[in-house]
Design a protein around this ligand. Structure first.
Ligand code: F6R
Length: 241
């Protein structure tokens, strides 16, 4: 894994934006894997700025998000559909049918999982997958214990994950108990992975990601076995390293 150490969240976001724009220039029909959460927000702001400065167009880019809560409608402000629309898609020129987020309200969720997998493989796999990491090492919503061989699937969210995400909801009770997420094997099939880590609270998780045992108890540890992973982490997360 290549580790790029940056000063803080802002510098992490700028570095991530430069990284992605450089890669996009080398690709004709790029396929980007995207994440939600606090970590990539600064990256999305910078991508919007670059679009406004006409340095990038998203017309030929397809995106696939990692995950979505089960049971939240697309227009629910806490859904990841809403998040992506609000934080990125509505500000850029990506055609609507090229911006994919798993459907958390599909009638047949198993079928939705299979469809999502098929769409990604029909697109020729993800060129660059952007990842954030949960404190318990989750990537996407793949919680500890998820088989490394998992494909897109429905998960029960850990209580710790629901508590961490409760900050976006009015109360913990409102946080959905289930989600649909790309599986670990799906993520590992991305040609390249960009993991962003910021803040002192991620210090222990980052240490396990970089130096810990590769174990399903800490899902992000599998990234040690991927040939093209770049980690951009700030001083607080890398403290002492
Ligand atoms: C979100 C996702 C999650 C987050 C993780 C970190 O799509 O897949 O794995 O990346 O929960 O969240 P933040 O960035 O809010 O610390």
């Amino acid at each position: 894994m290549k580790v790029i150490k940056v000063k803080d969240y802002e510098e992490m976001s700028t570095e991530a934006c430069t990284f992605i724009l450089n890669k996009l220039k080398q690709l004709q029909k790029p396929v980007l894997g995207l994440a939600t959460g606090s970590t990539p927000e600064g990256l999305y702001k910078r991508l919007i700025n670059k679009y406004n400065e006409q340095e990038v167009s998203f017309k030929d880019i397809s995106t696939y998000n990692l995950d979505e809560y089960v049971g939240l409608e697309n227009d629910d402000p806490n859904s990841y559909h809403y998040f992506m629309h609000d934080k990125l898609f509505k500000h850029i020129d990506i055609p609507e049918d090229q911006a994919h987020v798993p459907n958390g309200v599909a009638k047949d969720m198993d079928k939705e999982c299979q469809n999502y997998e098929k769409q990604i493989s029909d697109a020729g796999q993800i060129n660059i997958q952007v990842l954030g990491m949960g404190l318990n090492g989750h990537i996407g919503f793949n919680e500890p214990g998820t088989p490394f061989s998992s494909r897109t699937h429905i998960v029960e969210l850990d209580e710790s994950t629901r508590e961490a995400n409760a900050r976006f909801f009015n109360s913990l009770e409102e946080v959905p108990k289930k989600a649909i997420t790309m599986g670990i094997e799906t993520i590992m099939e991305s040609k390249e992975i960009l993991m962003l880590v910021s803040g002192a609270n991620k210090k222990e998780a980052l240490d396990r990601l970089l130096n810990g045992e590769v174990t399903e108890d800490f899902p992000a540890s599998i990234l040690q076995q991927h040939d093209h992973v770049t980690v951009i982490a700030d001083e607080a997360a890398l403290e002492g390293k």
